[in-house]
Ligand binder design. Structure first.
Ligand code: FES
Length: 118
């Protein structure tokens, strides 16, 4: 069921806004005038992703810089290595595990953004 989430004019291209709907924390992203809805908590250590950076379809976490594709929620990369010694991190290291984000369908109607939440 689509739920009204925000006014489209509130989120400029390249911008993001966090909303809580039906108990779910969601970040709305505007890329080129199209809106996307992704889970608010980073798939690594739950940082709030609306405080990160949106470059094209890539959302970068503000805490350790994991990156996600806002179209699919796919985790494109995990957290950045901390020190030169970990330049080649072991991908099996549980501290680097990064889950992809949930995403939800979005539509705009009469200047408002709606998210299809189950
Ligand atoms: S919390 Fe997002 S990369 Fe660590």
């Amino acid at each position: 069921m689509f739920v009204k989430a925000a006014e489209a004019a509130e989120i400029l291209p390249g911008g993001m806004k966090a909303v809580t709907l039906n108990g779910r924390e969601v970040v709305l992203c505007n890329y080129g005038g199209a809106f996307y809805a992704v889970e608010r908590a980073c798939g690594h250590a739950k940082a709030r992703l609306e405080r990160g950076a949106l470059t094209g379809w890539v959302l970068t976490c503000p805490l350790h810089f994991a990156q996600f594709d806002i179209r699919s929620g796919e985790a494109l990369s995990g957290p950045a290595p901390k020190a030169p010694a970990s330049k080649h991190p072991d991908p099996a290291d549980p501290a680097l595990k990064t889950a992809s984000l949930k995403t939800w369908p979005v539509k705009t109607e009469n200047g408002f953004i709606f998210i299809d939440l189950p």
